[in-house]
Design a protein around this ligand. Sequence first.
Ligand SMILES: Nc1ncnc2c1ncn2[C@@H]1O[C@H](COP(=O)(O)OP(=O)(O)O)[C@@H](O)[C@H]1O
Ligand SMILES: [Mg+2]
Length: 257
Amino acid sequence: MTSESPAPLLAIEDLHVSVGDREILRGIDLTIAEGETHVLLGPNGGGKSTLLNTIVGLPGYRVTSGRIMFKGVDLVGLEIDERARLGIGIAFQRPPAVRGVRLRQMLDVAAGGSLEPELAEALDTQLNLGHMLERDVNMGFSGGEAKRSEMAQLLAQMPDLALFDEPESGVDLDNIAVVGSAINALLKSEERISERRRAGLIITHTGHILEFVNADVGHVLYSGRLACKGNPLDLIEEISSHGYDKCVECALCQTLA
Ligand SMILES: Nc1ncnc2c1ncn2[C@@H]1O[C@H](COP(=O)(O)OP(=O)(O)O)[C@@H](O)[C@H]1O
Ligand SMILES: [Mg+2]
């Protein structure tokens, strides 16, 4: 490999994933370079969350063939915490409640030690967390609080690849703006790609989050495959006027296929 073409941060090759005895992902190829923000669109049940959950290594998502190369290491077979230590983080769509673990403790773990006081203060200011820090993670959190807690954990971890599963779902407009600015703080999506280091993959069903976050590349996951690739805003416009079925048939996709 030459110095002009460093290995991409993430390179997924012909990935097949089954849950139980059902094959959900049927040959995914996806490459994300350092600094890039990608968006994943697609109808409900298409396998978007399955892809993210498989990358982080949640149990139950069985890779039957293919590879997930991250920083040149195949993630398949690594434990979830090993993947986190390599630099992968996720904000779940519906994060589970964790009884007996306070948000402050979770943030310490995410930060890999003890959260620096300056960062704790910045997180409080940016995400309005103060009143949540001593509460058990996600226990009785509102939709907006749960999303802010997810964002705080990612900002404490500062992963090289951040995965966001429908960050706008279940939150009101004010909270979408807060979540959007947290994503920007992480990915620096307002700066030129050459200035950025971290990469992101954002699942969005509605595209609302793209009013707050700049994305470089969009993909449509349809029937377990990436059916289309293009400018994220163009894809969303196409999908809102014609639906997913027409989107994957469109001329643009045919030329890219
Ligand atoms: N843990 C699981 N157990 C059983 N089925 C699952 C699980 N995770 C995903 N699936 C199934 O995989 C399919 C794809 O789901 P998902 O990845 O959540 O789609 P999306 O995020 O695109 O809406 C669905 O049919 C879903 O029911
Ligand atoms: Mg999903």
